[in-house]
Design a protein around this ligand. Structure first.
Ligand SMILES: NC(=O)c1ccc[n+]([C@@H]2O[C@H](COP(=O)([O-])OP(=O)(O)OC[C@H]3O[C@@H](n4cnc5c(N)ncnc54)[C@H](O)[C@@H]3O)[C@@H](O)[C@H]2O)c1
Length: 326
């Protein structure tokens, strides 16, 4: 049985990866310090003999007994509301955290796949973004802690590949959504759905003309799985190129939820990217991958998930997005 370590395994994406690797017949070791994750995302796996959980900070020394075939480094705060609240931990997990994973991989002879992000492109001057674009990041802006951590993480991973000959893979993930997102994580999709469910107006920052492209989580996981098993060490975008303005997206959520509320507009936060759309030519060519789940279908599944949550979750979410603007 192949063995995989998934850091950030109790998070939104990490927990879906745990599910996938369990389904594929792997022994899965999830490592997480639960700083933004939730143990409930993986508790359905605890009874399995081929699942283990380490409650541990990846930025500190890590060790896992036995063999390891793959390490997937997904530990990192991922939404602006989180990384603005814990900026130093964000920088540490993207630097010390990946260094620890790469060191462990060398000892075990494991292949490492890292979760990078479309944020490495910053506020892009090229549209759509392909992997050859170097990005437009403000290192000292509020998002710098996340963007630069991820850029450093890519550089460190590539150095281990070229200098030590380690097998590495880099996925640049574009906005992904689905069940197990946190309603209060500040990202636009749970924020809109949370507001609709609480009967509040939906807050659009800016005039709503900024665009985003949303990928359903199952599509993303499939792309990551294929990339891991490929032989491609350079960054690959995985995301859904179907682009939509935030205003149109808000209108879609109003229709989906049937809320009688409306869109309200507030000032745009600093360094908010104006456009975001992946060029997935490379993923199509190398992995034979492209998204399969249409936004209408993915949103319906995600809305049903949020509706099924206990009511107190809804109100725990209520403070949220103002923080992002600071
Ligand atoms: N969700 C997206 O749209 C998206 C887009 C681009 C990149 N990513 C990347 O994917 C990864 C997962 O994102 P997510 O959306 O699932 O976020 P998440 O916050 O749900 O998951 C991150 C997990 O990492 C854990 N973690 C953070 N720091 C840690 C540390 N020092 N030690 C151990 N565990 C730690 C958290 O507790 C959490 O469980 C992140 O690396 C993120 O940057 C996500």
């Amino acid at each position: 049985m192949k063995r995989v370590l998934i850091t950030g395994g109790a998070g939104f994406l990490g927990s879906h990866l745990c599910d996938r690797f369990i389904r594929e017949g792997y022994h899965v070791i999830a490592m997480d310090n639960l700083i933004t994750g939730d143990i409930r995302n993986i508790e359905h796996l605890f009874h399995l003999p081929n699942f283990e959980f380490y409650h541990h900070d990846v930025s500190k020394f890590i060790h896992v007994p036995g063999e390891l075939d793959y390490i997937l480094h997904f530990a990192s705060p991922a939404s602006p509301i989180d990384y603005l609240k814990i900026p130093i931990q964000t920088l540490k997990v993207g630097s010390l955290g990946i260094h620890n994973c790469l060191g462990l991989a060398r000892v075990k002879g494991a292949r490492v796949l890292i979760a990078s992000t479309s944020e490495v492109y910053g506020d892009p001057t090229v549209h759509p973004q392909n992997e050859d674009y170097w990005g437009n990041v403000n290192p000292v802006g509020p998002r710098g802690v996340y963007d630069e951590a991820k850029r450093f993480q890519e550089a460190m991973t590539m150095a281990y590949h070229t200098y030590h000959g380690l097998e590495t893979r880099i996925v640049r993930i574009f906005n992904t959504y689905g069940p197990r997102m946190r309603l209060n994580d500040g990202r636009v999709l749970p924020a809109f759905i949370g507001q609709a469910l609480r009967g509040e107006d939906l807050t659009v920052f800016g005039d709503g003309s900024q665009t985003r492209s949303f990928c359903y989580v199952d599509d993303l996981v499939e792309g990551i799985y294929r990339l891991l098993l490929s032989d491609h060490p350079y960054p690959v975008n995985i995301g859904n190129p179907s682009e939509i303005t935030i205003k149109e997206f808000g209108e879609e959520i109003i229709k989906l939820t049937g809320t009688s509320q409306k869109l309200v507009f507030k000032p745009l936060p600093q360094d908010d990217p104006k456009q975001r759309q992946p060029d997935i030519t490379k993923a199509k060519a190398i992995l034979g991958w492209e998204p399969q789940v249409a936004r209408a279908e993915g949103l319906r599944i995600t809305y049903d998930y949020f509706k099924s949550l206990p009511e107190e979750e809804l109100y725990r979410a209520a403070y949220h997005r103002e923080f992002v603007k600071k």
